[in-house]
Design a protein around this ligand. Structure first.
Ligand code: HEC
Length: 243
């Protein structure tokens, strides 16, 4: 009987709602930014997936944790196996707590953040090849397919390039986050610009099939415009997270 009581006491402690323990908001926000923002919006106000905040989400904490575990097949909401090793049950609870108790956030991303995010992956562009490294009759025939991957992030997120005449794959460029849109340079055939769903703009060399520079122009991003004279490449709305 004593043993039984001990078991009951243990169960009660284990079942203590997270709200009673200290809620680690910072960790929850970090997890959200890392795993969810690419689809649900950096501000949790909805993007490709629905809004996830206490004012808009109708689900209970348990239901949110369950959706993270099971996904919503066949929609884009991934199932837990695809986060294997990345999200523990504790992390799922933390995210559920965040979604059900916190309002939409207002992350800012100003021009200084944009500047600081610049990554130069090929310092000297003169070292790049002077013609395509793959066989293609006309580079104008290049076709690009945005491969978002199951989580819109990781190794499956990349742009695939095909020769539009032969349908042969000629290259792929990883983008880390799900690529959303690409535009070719209007006057110089070797360049293309890719916008991914975490807001990065990638400058891609189509001859060597690699990213030479990238800059985070916002926290999410569907859009990109290259001016037809080829001189300016303003990503639409640099400072807000949604449009
Ligand atoms: C690859 C895109 C993608 C990622 C990454 C993603 N989601 Fe989703 N999520 C979706 C989509 C799309 C839906 C809508 C599914 C539907 O139509 O039922 C959704 C639905 C949900 C719902 C149900 C919302 C409601 O009101 O019914 C919850 C909760 C949720 N996601 C939580 C998360 C959390 C937490 C993460 C991060 C761990 C995450 N999602 C990551 C795409 C994604």
């Amino acid at each position: 009987m004593k043993k039984m009581r001990a078991v009951v006491a243990f169960l009660v402690i284990a079942g203590t709602p997270l709200a009673c323990a200290a809620f680690d908001l910072q960790r929850a926000e970090r997890l959200f930014a890392q795993h969810c923002a690419v689809c649900h919006g950096a501000d949790r106000g909805g993007y490709i997936g629905p809004a996830l905040n206490r004012d808009e989400t109708k689900l209970s904490r348990g239901e949110v944790a369950e959706v993270v575990l099971s996904g919503r097949p066949p929609t884009l909401m991934p199932q837990h196996p695809s986060w294997r090793g990345a999200l523990s049950a504790k992390d799922r609870d933390l995210l559920a707590e965040l979604v059900t108790t916190q309002p939409k956030s207002m992350p800012s991303w100003g021009i200084d953040d944009v500047r600081k995010s610049l990554q130069v992956l090929v310092a000297d562009e003169a070292t790049l090849p002077s013609a395509p490294r793959y066989k293609i009759d006309r580079i104008d025939d290049l076709m690009a397919v945005m491969s978002r991957g199951r989580r819109a992030a990781g190794k499956e997120a990349k742009v695939l390039f095909f020769d539009g005449r032969t349908h042969r794959k000629v290259g792929e460029v990883p983008t880390v986050f799900g690529p959303h849109l690409m535009d070719f340079h209007p006057t110089d055939e070797r360049w293309a610009y890719v916008r991914d769903d975490a807001g990065w703009v990638h400058k891609v060399d189509l001859y060597s099939m690699r990213t030479v520079r990238k800059v985070r122009a916002g926290l999410n991003g569907t859009s990109l415009a290259v001016s037809r004279d080829g001189r300016y490449r303003p990503p639409a709305r640099t400072c807000r997270t949604r449009w």
